[in-house]
Design a protein around this ligand. Structure first.
Ligand SMILES: [Zn+2]
Length: 293
């Protein structure tokens, strides 16, 4: 039995490199249950799913990490979110079925944004760059090049059962810059020998030892990951409040109720006229209307 829905961090002591290994299984099945993704869309969503788990464990931040792609091609939207608790959710939206793999065939022209939310307040940091390269790993490596300084490599794959990924990051150069460069080239060459099948079907300890036994690898305790959507009635109500009472009442008048369907988990929320009245009951309504006597 493969280790499921887990992320392992590791160190390659002899190469001043840190790494991560991730496998997503049950959480991936939850995503696939919620939409009938065409094969190529499923493939790239799976890679994004693994990538976000890896990034969330790499980039320093305290709240959620969100990868979002918006573009003008067959797939026009892809969103994946990871929370510090190890909750993952995601979706892709397509207007036509892509016929070929490769970022430009799937997405056309577009941008991707990495958003990091702070845990306690409303602050967020967002980095946006053009979606370029042959695949998602290329695009994300470019993102690291521009934002993080530390050279970073990603290896992503997915199939109908699982998504998997590896990340390598070179630690800040010590005294021996030339040796560090050689080390980085060597660990990358070894990563290039990895096949998708090996990444999907080999236990992390075996895989890392097989690739990096000469680099004094050290594997740390895993973090467990799972599918979870944090949508709830309160958030839906807040969205409605910001929409305004007039708009809410118009929808009620036209449709009898306000129905909201969470696209991440398919949860249904329904608010009727009584709910809407309650929602706006405690809110100042601006200048009072003249009363009739
Ligand atoms: Zn939801």
């Amino acid at each position: 039995m493969m280790t499921k829905d887990a992320l392992y961090r590791f160190m390659l002591e002899n190469a001043d490199t840190r790494g991560e290994w991730v496998h997503l299984d049950n959480s991936w099945q939850e995503i696939l249950k919620r939409a009938d993704y065409p094969e190529i869309v499923r493939g790239v969503l799976g890679e994004a799913f693994a990538a976000v788990a890896l990034l969330s464990a790499t980039i320093k931040h305290t709240g959620s990490l969100i990868l979002q792609i918006r573009s003008d091609g067959p797939v026009h939207l892809l969103v994946v979110q990871a929370t510090p608790e190890g909750y993952l959710r995601g979706l892709a939206r397509w207007s036509s079925e892509p016929t070929k793999t490769g970022l430009s065939n799937i997405f056309g022209k577009g941008h991707f944004a990495i958003t990091m939310e702070a845990a306690s307040d409303n602050e967020r940091y967002q980095g946006v760059i053009a979606l370029e390269g042959e695949n998602l790993s290329d695009a994300l490596e470019e993102y690291f090049k521009r934002s993080e300084q530390l050279p970073t490599r990603l290896w992503l794959t997915s199939n109908t059962d699982s998504c998997a990924g590896m990340l390598l990051q070179r630690l800040p150069a010590q005294q021996h810059i030339e040796k560090d460069e050689e080390d980085w080239v060597r660990v990358n060459m070894l990563l290039d020998t990895l096949t998708p099948e090996e990444l999907l079907n080999t236990e992390p300890a075996d895989l890392i030892y097989r690739l990096y036994h000469e680099e004094a690898p050290r594997l740390f305790d895993p973090a467990m990951l799972r599918f979870h959507c944090d949508c709830n009635l309160e958030k839906i109500e807040n969205t409605l409040r910001s929409l305004g009472q007039e708009e809410a009442n118009t929808i009620i008048a036209e449709q009898g109720a306000i129905e909201v369907n969470c696209e991440f988990c398919n949860s249904q929320y329904r608010l009727d006229s009584v709910d809407v009245a309650r929602l706006f009951a405690g809110i100042e309504l601006g200048p009072a209307s003249p009363s009739l006597h």
